[in-house]
Design a protein around this ligand. Structure first.
Ligand code: G3P
Length: 218
């Protein structure tokens, strides 16, 4: 499963990229606003840190203007992935852009039928929002299971990008279902490394090693 980080903050992206485990970045207008940075400038900077796809979202609601915005955004770098909302105009834009060889991430997906439409429109990625689904009394992972089943039934190449990930259990469930990608805030990715028994084990080994009085590096 590919790991994307869901942020527009440069330092956490650098830190995670240095682990060698980061496959891409997703941003959205809310994350850009939170960063306080200029959209174009910060997107360019992020594209220079990671080789994988960097999602940059259009903000127009009509197809013609979405195409114009995408034209500006895709010039930023070769690894820009245009993010469009799951609307009629968004999917028209998706179809046109992927037809030209541009990566497209269709966002704000809340049903398996919407995911089916996005795949038919040639989306590179579909972003079902599991956390927001859970928040509204549904099980976000049921949605991922349904999309996996449908995409496998028809061999759609669209990658399932599990978004709105709130905790490590979401990551585990997504991996068990066979989602292609997950995008999570930096904290959730850092939490994946943690286990109390790993910390305890290191503590014990270090204490016993100190008793030997030995060193590996002479
Ligand atoms: O980038 C889209 C998505 O991951 C947003 O997550 O936590 O705002 O629902 P959240």
């Amino acid at each position: 499963m590919k790991f994307f980080v869901d942020t527009a903050e440069i330092e956490p992206i650098r830190e995670l990229a240095a682990t060698g485990l980061l496959d891409g970045v997703t941003t959205n207008p809310s994350l850009i606003a939170k960063s306080g940075r200029d959209f174009m400038e910060v997107t360019r900077e992020i594209c220079g840190i990671v080789d994988g796809p960097v999602s940059a979202e259009v903000v127009a609601l009509d197809h013609a203007t979405m195409m114009k915005e995408a034209e500006v955004l895709r010039k930023i770098a070769d690894n820009v992935c245009i993010k469009v909302p799951l609307t009629v105009d968004g999917l028209k834009t998706c179809k046109a852009l992927t037809g030209e060889g541009t990566m497209v991430n269709v966002t704000l997906c809340f049903s398996a039928n919407q995911a089916l439409l996005a795949a038919k429109a040639g989306a590179s990625f579909i972003s079902p929002f599991v956390g927001r689904h859970d928040d509204n009394g549904f099980d976000g992972m049921d949605l991922i299971e349904d999309i996996r089943l449908i995409y496998d039934n028809y061999n759609f190449a669209t990658e399932i990008l599990v978004a709105s990930v709130r905790h490590t259990t979401h990551v585990l469930q997504a991996a068990k279902i066979g989602a292609d990608v997950m995008t999570a805030p930096p904290k959730v990715i850092h939490d994946l490394f943690k286990h109390v028994l790993t910390d305890k084990g290191i503590e014990g080994f270090m204490a016993d090693w100190a008793k030997t009085g030995q060193t590996i590096l002479k």
